[in-house]
Design a protein around this ligand. Structure first.
Ligand SMILES: [Zn+2]
Length: 215
């Protein structure tokens, strides 16, 4: 049984669905009116209770723990490694957070960096958790090796999160971060965030003053 090959093929299939299935779904939403793909109106937007002040307090509360090497990030099981480190894709509709609606913060499973707040999460019907915006400065965007999509990674540790798509009109922000559940861990608002694990070398580089421009 070659499970690695199976996973790889499954990944390609689900990744293609993520890309193309959604485009088709967005176009078809007016015709068949399924439970998917309908842009939310302002009145239907959930979670109006999260106040901006709560968000800042929560984010400010996340501490940093310096680590010496990448081995000191959180231990990952095989499935987590396949997605976060090898850029795999979780099968659609199988992730634990696809339909999660609780209030809280989604952090990186590898380094604990806070990535998304639940108030940016919306139901897209694509089979993966969808967010219309990240916590500022926490998500890096790169052209995907497929030459079409935009890959998203954890800015702190470089772990693969998924892809971001624009122009689908799901929300006013008009962006869909299609994130693998397995790349994240959900922390409810009632719990303290664990410290972000930051490589000592990276923290030192951040402290370096920007070089002065040449005269
Ligand atoms: Zn990370």
């Amino acid at each position: 049984m070659n499970s690695a090959a199976f996973f790889s093929n499954a990944s390609r299939r689900t990744a293609l669905f993520c890309l193309f299935g959604l485009s088709v779904g967005a176009l078809a939403s007016v015709a068949d009116e399924p439970q998917v793909s309908k842009p939310r109106s302002k009145s239907a937007t959930p979670n109006t209770s999260a106040k901006p002040t709560e968000r800042s307090v929560n984010e400010a509360a996340q501490k940093i723990r310096l680590i010496d090497s990448e081995k000191d990030y959180n231990n990952l099981n095989l499935g987590e490694r396949r997605v976060l480190l090898l850029k795999g894709t979780e099968r659609a509709f199988t992730g634990e957070y696809t339909d999660e609606k609780a209030k809280g913060t989604y952090i990186c499973r590898r380094c604990n960096a806070a990535l998304y707040k639940s108030d940016s999460k919306f139901h897209s019907g694509c089979g993966w958790p969808s967010f219309d915006s990240e916590i500022e400065g926490t998500v890096r965007r790169l052209p995907d090796i497929d030459g079409i999509r935009i890959e998203i990674l954890c800015e702190n540790c470089g772990g693969h999160l998924g892809h971001v798509f624009y122009g689908e009109q799901f929300t006013e922000k008009n962006a869909r971060h299609c994130v693998n559940s397995i790349s994240m861990k959900f922390v409810p608002d009632s719990e303290e965030l664990p410290p972000t694990l930051v490589l000592r070398s990276k923290a030192a580089a951040r402290k370096q003053p920007a070089p002065k421009p040449a005269d």
